[in-house]
Each structure stands twice: as C-alpha cells, then as structure tokens.
Design a protein around this ligand. Structure first.
Ligand code: ATP
Ligand code: MG
Length: 584
C-alpha cells in the first residue's frame, strides 16, 4: 500500500475525551474515529489489524474443532423471555419495537439465538459434540462507555458456544478451548495470564478470564510467585489464617472520642493504632435487608464473596440515608458492638477476624469509637468466612508461595455453562441410553476490538504504537527521505515491489513530505520494521532498517534487504500454522 493512497488521517493533538493511551493513539494515528459515545468507525488501518486478529482466532478455533457461522444482531424478545433474561438483563440490553409493536433487542451476546438454532435440528447424542462460533458486532448499552475501544457500546466480539452430551465431554471441550485461547493470545504477541474468574450466578466450577497485563487495566488480578495459580481478585480464594492466640486479659470495650474522624486512616492516626488493629464495619443491602460485614482495617471487602455467602441475588452498599435511619449515625461510626436493636439482620466477618481481640471499631454513636473490642466476646457474628479481596503479599491458596498483584485487561473469557440455557429453552437430546436430557454447554468470548486496544495499552511509547508483528497493520514501513531524488525513489519503488513479490506486507511512504514528518508518522502508526532510504545510503548501496522499539538503525545492503526483512519478520512471529495445518 502506498501512503499517498492510504486513508489514515493523522492528528497532531489527542482528542479531548480520550482518557487512555489506546484511544488517544488509535485516534491520532488515524485508525479509528468516534461516531457517538461508545461507537466507533474502524478506518482502513484498524480494519487490517482486526482482520489479523480475526485470522488468528479463526485458525486456532477451526483447529480446535469449532465451526464459524453468523447470527443476526437483531433478536426477538420471545427467546429472551424463554431464557428468563428479558427480565434479568438490565438496561445494557437495548430493547426496541418494530412497526407492528413486536419487541426486539440488539444482541449483547448470543446464547438464546444459538440455543434456538441447535434445538431445532439436533436430536441425538450422535449429533454432538458441536462447537459453533461467530465474529460479529455486539451492542451493550454500557453505563459508562469509556476508554475508547476497551469499553465500547458497539464492539466486535468472537463468541463461541459448545454443545456436549454430558459434563465430562463439556469439560474436555472447555479444556480444548482454554488451550486454543492460549495459542491465540500467544500468537497475537501479547503478555497475558489466564486467571480463575467468578462464575456468577451460574455456579459450576470453571471460568477463566484471559487478562492482558497492563497498568491501565480495569481488573485487579493476583498470581502466585511460586506456582501457576492466578485469579481475578474478585475470585481469588484466601486460606483461613491461623487463629490468633487469645489474650488472657483482653481489655473491655471503652468509648473514645473521634470527632469528625470517619475513615480508617483518620481513626488509626488519631488512636495511634495500625490499620490492622481496627475493624471496618460495612453495611450492605442484601436483597433489601441490611447486613453488616466486618473486615480488618487493612483489608478490603470482596462483595462477590459476600454475595455468595449470603446467597443473595443482589448486594450493594447501603445508602447513607438508610444507614442514618437504622443506626442514627453516619457510616464512619458503625461497629458490631452495642448495635442498635434491629439495625441489621445479621453480622458476618472475614475469616482474618476470627478470634480478634482488643480491636477498635465505630461505637454506633456520632464522633465516637470503641477500643478494646474482642469480637467473639463483644459481638454477635453469625459467620466467619473468606470475605476479603486478595492482594499482594497474601499467601497463595495452593502452595506456600506469595501472591503478586497485577492490573489486567480482560480480552477473553471461557465459561462452563452447564444446562442453564439448554434446560430453560428445552434444547434436549436423546442420549445413548435413550434418555432425553438437556445438552451441556460452554460459552467462550473474545473482545476482538478490545484485543486491538489492549495490545496498544501494553505496547507503546511516548511517540506512538509499537505493534506486535503478528497483528500490525503492515509489517514493514518503507520511507523515502528525499522524495524528489530520482535514485532514492527508484530504490524505494524497487524495494516495495520486491517486498510485494516476497509476500511482505509493506506500507510505502511515497509522500512528498519532510523526512522528520515521515519519521513522526511512522512512530505514531507503529509498524514494527522501518526502512529509511536516503540519497547517501543509496550511493553506498545500503538502506537503514530499524525496529520500532530499537533506538538505533542498522545499515543493510540493498541487495540483501528483502531477505533481512523476511528473517526479522519470521523471528517476531510465533505459532504460525503451516499451509497443511491451515487446510485441515
Ligand atoms: P466486562 O467484565 O469487561 O464487562 P464481560 O464479562 O461483560 O466483560 P463477556 O460477556 O464475557 O464480557 O464478553 C466476552 C468478551 O467481550 C470480554 O472478555 C471482553 O473482552 C469483551 N467485551 C465485553 N464487553 C465489552 C465492551 N463493552 N467493549 C469491548 N469489549 C467488550
Ligand atoms: Mg460486561
């Protein structure tokens, strides 16, 4: 492709609303434009990147036995009513009516549609296993579309759905998809971790997220420094700590004045106690009822674990009004000792607080805290359980190692579904024993457009994008430094033609611009290899080749330039399929 023909309008300034690097760079380098909040145009350069990601996905999924199909974006309400999600799905589901008043939605995901497809024609265990996928636009009316492509409202997803005769077979498929995902993200050139993830209301034992490690990631993850345990902090289990030895003469609760001091930091500074000697008393509304959850002052509550313990369908922090009404004091002064009668329906505590003695907590009185609270003696805790978020330095739940903390961007998710949808929508087969039973399913998503953004979050510098070779829009960027010197142009044209013959994807900057402007654009655009061709070099029979991440260029003989580039490209690609593997 010649740069003079390429539609990639670059900008000097970052767009005002671009908070994250990927959004800034994709816009400035002319890859995307925003149509409206959370909805983007993919211009030619980003289309090329998406195609590369899609090709890797297709190759690996086909190899894992999946088949591509294409389902509609518009979905009728009836199937969502059958699965129960028409009611359950919140306002992220964009619902609308047609001219006859029939209700529809834009697909945020396709379990209902795929189950409807399979139940029509699949009857026997002989028809299974089946694994079907599509790469398509999804629409989710996200509350806060932000971070550009990382959380769009309209975005591109690969979604796959597997159908197996029983749980054992479904878990084998799950493992094959897990491996395919590892191969996909490895081939994309990304630094990622598969982590154990929350299985939500579906339960079941298996769910993994594939997280691209990046500081800007929304997700907090932990991984062990000794074994391969890794999990989203929402999910990460913590081993119950050893019981604290009970002090023989623990002091009795005493009221201390803490005027205006509500936060753990303020109270701990005022009392001269470390945060770990304080109890954080959090009040949540669990299916409408108030529950007090206790964690140590230096720990954070994990609402997902709390929700599971309480068996509630919804858990959210209680509002300030509701707390004032029940306790008569604001949230910063609450505690489990001397609770006002009927203020909460129960008190639960994190396992790290079991046996805690001589702690400081709110006194349920304005501007006051207790010291000397021993939980088991002074409060009525109905359950101790693992309720806190894991963090750096915690013990690994699997081995004797320690956890390390990372930020991640969730680019993929594999999920064992069981019979949630097949049972609700009567997607049954007759098994080998002639028994009718619901098919056992799994679902597997990859945020294709999010992968593109995540790759940039992980691979950029102050000047622009640094694409991994496998998903770069072009492999080589050829620049003429003096576009008016005929020998330079002739050399560039010849190299460009030779690259095309050799199957190298080259962008040739043939524009009549200063060399400085071309270098700037090349850095911004992020193509992995740059070949600069100038008058002096041509005289000496050499061109300058530089990797996007390298500081200095290498002089390469013009005669050997194509071979040099081919070797560089091959060295930066991993896991490519052979033509024979691809043809299977
Ligand atoms: P998140 O927790 O980030 O909202 P999710 O759990 O809703 O993700 P899934 O329903 O599992 O996501 O969707 C599969 C994949 O689609 C995700 O792993 C993610 O990569 C991508 N994805 C989900 N929501 C968005 C979005 N709003 N914009 C871009 N990609 C998304
Ligand atoms: Mg979501």
């Amino acid at each position: 492709m010649r740069a003079s023909r390429l539609y990639a309008p670059t900008l000097k300034e970052n767009p005002n609303d671009a908070e994250v690097v990927s959004h800034q760079l994709l816009t400035r380098a002319g890859y995307i434009r925003k149509l409206t909040a959370g909805v983007y145009d993919f211009l030619p350069l980003s289309r090329r990147v998406l195609r590369k990601i899609e090709t890797i996905i297709r190759e690996e999924l086909d190899r894992a036995g999946a088949q591509e199909l294409l389902m509609p974006l518009v979905q009728p309400a009836e199937i969502w009513q059958e699965s129960g999600r028409w009611q359950q799905y919140g306002p992220e589901l964009l619902r609308f009516k047609d001219r006859k008043g029939a209700e529809f939605c834009l697909g945020p995901t396709h379990e209902e549609v795929i189950v409807d497809i399979v139940r029509r024609d699949v009857r026997s265990w002989r028809d299974l296993p089946l694994n079907l996928y599509q790469i398509q636009v999804k629409f989710r009316d996200e509350v806060r579309p932000r971070a550009g492509l990382m959380r769009g409202r309209e975005f591109i997803m690969k979604d796959a759905y597997s159908f197996d005769v029983d749980e054992a077979a479904a878990l084998t498929t799950y493992d094959a998809m897990y491996d395919a995902y590892k191969a996909i993200f490895t081939r994309c050139g990304l630094d990622f971790r598969p982590v154990e993830a929350d299985t939500g209301s579906i339960g079941g034992s298996r769910s993994h997220e594939f997280q691209v490690l990046a500081e800007s990631g929304e997700d907090a993850i932990v991984s062990c420094d000794a074994c391969d345990y890794a999990a989203n902090v929402e999910q990460a289990e913590l081993r119950a700590p050893a019981l604290a030895p009970a002090a023989p003469s623990a002091p009795a609760p005493t009221v201390v004045a803490t005027p205006q001091l509500k936060s753990i930091d303020e109270v701990s500074a005022h009392l001269g106690l470390p945060a770990r000697a304080l109890i954080k008393s959090l009040v949540v509304e669990a299916d409408g009822a108030l529950v007090m959850a206790l964690v140590r002052g230096d720990h954070e509550l994990n609402e997902i674990k709390l929700k599971k313990l309480l068996g509630a369908t919804s858990v959210e922090m209680a509002s300030e009004e509701r707390i004032l009404k029940s306790f008569g004091v604001p949230a910063g002064f609450l505690g489990p000792h001397a609770l006002p009668a009927g203020a909460v329906s129960r008190v639960v505590a994190d396992a790290a607080l079991r046996g805690a003695v001589d702690m400081a907590t709110g006194a349920n009185t304005r501007d006051a805290h207790f010291t000397g609270v021993s939980l088991e003696r002074d409060a009525q805790v109905s359950a101790y359980a693992d309720l806190r978020l894991a963090g750096a330095g915690d013990d690994c739940p699997r081995c004797s190692g320690k956890l390390r903390a990372f930020r991640g961007i969730e680019v993929g998710h594999v999920f064992y579904l069981g019979t949630k949808y097949s049972a609700a929508m009567k997607c049954h087969i007759i098994d080998e024993q002639s028994v009718e039973r619901p098919i056992v399913m799994g679902c597997y998503g990859i945020g294709v457009s999010r992968v593109m953004a995540a790759a940039i979050e992980q691979n950029h510098d102050a000047e622009g994008i640094c694409w991994p070779m496998a998903i770069a829009p072009f492999q080589v960027h050829i620049l003429t430094l003096q576009p008016n010197v005929p020998e330079v142009v002739a050399c560039a044209e010849a190299l460009y033609a030779a690259c095309q013959r050799a199957g190298i994807e080259a962008l040739y900057d043939d524009r009549e611009l200063r060399a400085g402007a071309k270098f700037k654009d090349a850095d911004l655009m992020g193509i992995p290899l740059r070949v600069a061709i100038g008058g002096r070099g041509v005289k000496d029979g050499v061109v300058e080749v530089k990797g996007r991440r390298e500081a200095a260029a290498t002089l390469v003989q013009i005669s050997g330039a194509v071979e040099h580039l081919k070797a560089q490209i091959a060295g930066q690609l991993t896991g490519q399929l052979t033509p024979a593997e691809r043809a299977q």
